[in-house]
Write a protein that binds this ligand. Sequence first.
Ligand code: NAD
Length: 338
Amino acid sequence: MKTYRMAIVGTGSISHHFAKSIHDLENATLVAVCSSTAERAQQAVAAFGVAAFHSVEKMLAEKDIDVVCICTHSGNHLHPAMEAAKAGKHIISEKPMEINMIRAQEMIDVCEENGVTLACIFQNRYASDYLALKKAVRTGRLGKILVGNAYIKWYRDDAYYANSDWRGTLAGDGGAALINQGIHTIDLLLDIMGGVEEVYAKTRTMTHDIEGEDVALAMLTFDNGALGAIQASTSMWPGYPERLEIYGEKGSIILEGGKITAWNIQGEEKKAEVEHSTVATGSSDPMAISYHLHRTQIKNILEAIDAGKSPEVDGEEALKSIRLLERIYQSSREGHSV
Ligand SMILES: NC(=O)c1ccc[n+]([C@@H]2O[C@H](COP(=O)([O-])OP(=O)(O)OC[C@H]3O[C@@H](n4cnc5c(N)ncnc54)[C@H](O)[C@@H]3O)[C@@H](O)[C@H]2O)c1
């Protein structure tokens, strides 16, 4: 496999997970980063040990790059993605791919038009406990699936929002607890349960001075006839590990904080048959997550690019959670099911 020359746009919190992942991978090397200002770019040279720019266009013009990793705030994934795609670079975007369907679809279109790969980070899909759950469902061990729930009762204090110019804003974050924190478990829920036929939701801003929701409830009917619930919050002090619950006719599996806490299948030994993943929950600390799952997903993405295949979480796959969230917000705004 060739060695991929990687660049990172946005040198905030999550960019360090990318830098560490790229450092670990044999077939990837970090060649440049791009910060929002000249001052931040200067700081980035020391932090990342590579050339740093404060213009994506300039970075793309001056450095030989294969893949651009987009770590800017969620409402500014589209611009760097467009520039990178037009320059013929593959793209790995952080989640959510963008803050609404129109902007996310533009990302997909520009990548298709320029023949480059678009992948989106949903690293929890690569946790071994989640993969065991998914295999059990796919191989029919739970029988017909009846109910799937995603509960993300997390806590973020006022400073978390006050110290950021984009978190909790509609333009920068697209909302708050659902689209920023909840989306990981919502992505897993959709990966297991499939498409959503109908949603009825209530979202509220109850404890923070932000535009987006900090408490949200949604009731779902899936295309396969199963039912489900989503509860997402950043107001539930002290913050509880997120739960993914899957109930079938023959049994049920519950993941809590990324780990299997219940594995009950009729006629089978009561056991969780996996080495627990190295997942840590961000229930009360946003940076508690480790970078290992980022590394696994980035490795898989580079392998897919090398093989000329679509990565597992490509643009269409990443669009699914954004589509559901748009319907949740619409249902709450309009007061009826969508
Ligand atoms: N996968 C995960 O578990 C995970 C965890 C945290 C954040 N994220 C996602 O990563 C993204 C960034 O989050 P963060 O916590 O790192 O935010 P952050 O605010 O710490 O960092 C974002 C950075 O982007 C920079 N930036 C903004 N516009 C820019 C531009 N035009 N050019 C260059 N730099 C620019 C900002 O200056 C800032 O340094 C968000 O989309 C978020 O949802 C994902």
